[in-house]
Design a protein around this ligand. Structure first.
Ligand code: MV4
Length: 585
């Protein structure tokens, strides 16, 4: 097994991966951009290294820099998370060439699935049902007109070959709309993937988005962990995901599970992956394969009890799968709500800013995968998804009630999030019926009425003249919640929550501050023991003294090897933060 893994990502997924690494006894290495210096994923890791400025193209996407950090830190492997470099075959190859394991599929499988036309061709050959349409690029609008008339029929979807996840996707209801759709898809393909190639599919009128989680170990064991339904999406951004899919019965479940494993086998897959498809009237069609761990993998973890990231890491380390298909069973129902810093009532406008008060829900069968905390600033530079709320219960109805309870417990002040949207949507009859809620997420009037009930509490908005504050009062022993609206108070040192910076974690070693070679006390307390004499030679990591603080004994060690030129501590003496313990040169 690996000893140390670099996590080439940020936010909730970086923390998610580090948690599993710790459980496996593997040290974690974080990388970060300048504005992420004090981000939670940086403090969660055992070691952290700066990549560069904020824009991802200068930090999280710089292959050479990440490989350099991997070498410098002695990492055996790199976990890419999702997004950034996760589906970049050139990066996976560069890792291999540098002798570092890429925790993901073989580059050839990334390439095969990266081209949507090639993927469709491979799937058709392997007997996997694809959405009817072309498996080859369509070069011109005239060619498209012909192939549609001959074999597809309207409406059609024009999709970019380099696309995926809905980028470069246009619909033409009839021939009049074809040229515009074709050019739109081609332009978007060129813009996002430097590839203007498009292909044509029959447009399915009201499909459900159903995907299959697969695991393959490279030793011919390919299994699936059943399906997820991700039909609640807007502009191709998934908002809510669940497992099992409400529209899938046991017979169909077996069928689409096999489609998932057949698709994975057809490209020699190894690692965790997802086969995405459309379900329309009992028919299931392959759409594309995501060759990474996905945002929504957690719902599958909750219904199967399998840690997908752990399996992914073990597979990458060369271990065979510990599960066979028969071992995998689905129990109960899990739902995930993406907590984005967005205002649904304003057409899902991005709502970056600093989080004020922050409190996560808890209690039975509630999981929060978050990259945020009190005082954390959501930057417009990166993905607006700051956390995911995932719940489990015995069935869909109970799981929905549990999600509504957890959403009500979730307190995020200072900026707007999708919490009000999720609470409203999960309370609708459409959701209860298991519908896709497609009209609802596009319905401006419905979205508008979920405008934020009370104008955002002005936590952190020091300029606001009037602020709303919530208090609990007791009247004759009975508790009431009251909202007091008045001028902001700055007295009593009660700083608004947003003004409080997240506490920095103390770094244990390294002579932070101080002159060269100076070892400064990180704490205040009593010197219980002095382990060296002045003039002594010490190795790096050698015990210098023991300081008792807050009833805890803290060992202070040498940050580097050298001679103890000065010694500022005596046994039994007291010491304050910032005092010189020793000078080692
Ligand atoms: C489609 C489609 C209808 N016909 N393809 C592609 C990316 C993914 N985000 C949704 N995609 C779709 N591809 C064909 N040939 C409809 C969608 C679609 C969708 C599908 C299921 C549930 C919700 C959806 C919302 C928008 C688009």
């Amino acid at each position: 097994m690996f000893e140390k893994v670099l996590v080439a990502n940020r936010g909730e997924i970086a923390i998610r991966v580090m948690r599993t690494l710790e459980e496996l006894g593997i040290a974690s290495v974080a990388v970060y951009s300048e504005p992420d210096r004090d981000a939670p994923h940086v403090r969660r890791a055992d070691e952290a290294y700066l990549l560069g400025p904020g824009p991802a193209t200068e930090s999280y996407l710089v292959v050479e820099k990440i490989l350099e950090v991997a070498k410098q830190s002695g990492a055996d492997a790199i976990h890419p998370g999702y997004g950034f470099l996760a589906e970049n075959a050139a990066f996976a190859r560069a890792c291999e060439e540098a002798g570092i394991v890429f925790i993901g599929p073989p580059p050839s499988a990334i390439d095969a699935m990266g081209s949507k036309t090639r993927a469709r061709e491979i799937m058709a050959e392997a007997g996997v049902p694809i959405v009817p349409g072309t498996t080859e690029p369509v070069d011109t609008v005239d060619d498209a007109r012909k192939v549609i008339a001959d074999s597809i029929g309207y409406p059609v979807a024009i999709k970019a070959a380099g696309g995926g996840g809905g980028k470069g996707f246009r619909v033409a209801e009839s021939e009049d709309e074809l040229e515009k759709a074709f050019e739109g898809a081609s332009r978007e393909g060129e813009k996002f993937f430097s590839d203007p190639t498009v292909y044509v599919e029959r447009y399915l009128p009201d499909p459900r988005h159903v995907e299959v989680q697969v695991l393959a170990d490279g030793e011919d064991n390919v299994i699936h962990l059943f399906e997820r339904d991700c039909s609640v999406q807007r502009r191709h951004q998934k908002l809510i995901e669940e497992s099992p899919a409400p529209a899938v019965d046991p017979e169909l479940r077996q069928r689409i599970g096999k489609i998932g494993t057949d698709a994975a086998r057809a490209v020699g897959y190894r690692s965790a992956g997802t086969v995405e498809g459309l379900l329309q009237g009992g028919e299931y069609f392959f759409l594309e394969m995501n060759t990474r761990v996905q945002v929504e993998h957690c719902v599958t973890e909750l219904v199967t009890g399998i840690d997908i990231v752990r399996e992914q890491i073990k597979i990458a380390a060369g271990e065979p799968l510990a599960y066979s298909q028969e071992d995998v069973v689905v129990r109960g129902h899990a739902i995930e709500c993406r907590i984005n810093a967005e205002d649904a009532s304003k057409n899902f406008a991005p709502a970056p800013g600093r989080i004020g008060h922050y409190r996560e829900p808890a209690g039975p069968f509630v999981r929060v995968d978050s990259g945020a905390e009190e005082g954390y600033e959501v930057l417009p530079l990166y993905d607006p998804m700051i956390a995911k709320l995932i719940v489990w219960d015995v069935d869909r109805e109970a799981s929905t009630r549990r999600m509504l309870r957890a959403l009500a417990e979730y307190e995020i002040g200072g900026l707007k999030t999708l919490i009000p949207f999720h609470r409203a949507l999960l309370a609708t009859q459409q959701w209860a019926n298991g519908e896709t809620c497609r009209d609802l997420v596009e319905d401006k009037r419905w979205l508008k009425q979920l405008a934020f009930p009370a104008p955002e509490q002005a936590a952190g908005d020091e300029e606001a003249e009037k602020v709303a504050r919530e208090y609990a009062v007791e009247v004759s022993g009975r508790r009431f919640d009251v909202t007091v609206i008045g001028e902001a108070m700055t007295a009593n040192g009660a700083a608004p929550a947003a003004a409080k910076k997240a506490p920095r974690r103390e770094r244990k070693s390294g002579g932070g501050g101080g002159a060269p070679g100076e070892l400064v006390s990180p704490l205040q307390g009593t010197v219980l023991k002095v382990a060296v004499k002045k003039g002594a030679q010490v190795d790096e990591g050698a015990l210098i003294c023991v300081i008792e603080a807050m009833k805890m004994e803290n060992e202070i060690t040498a940050p580097s090897a050298g001679t103890v030129e000065e010694l500022g501590v005596t046994e039994g003496g007291s010491i304050t933060t910032g005092d010189t313990i020793a000078v080692i040169k």
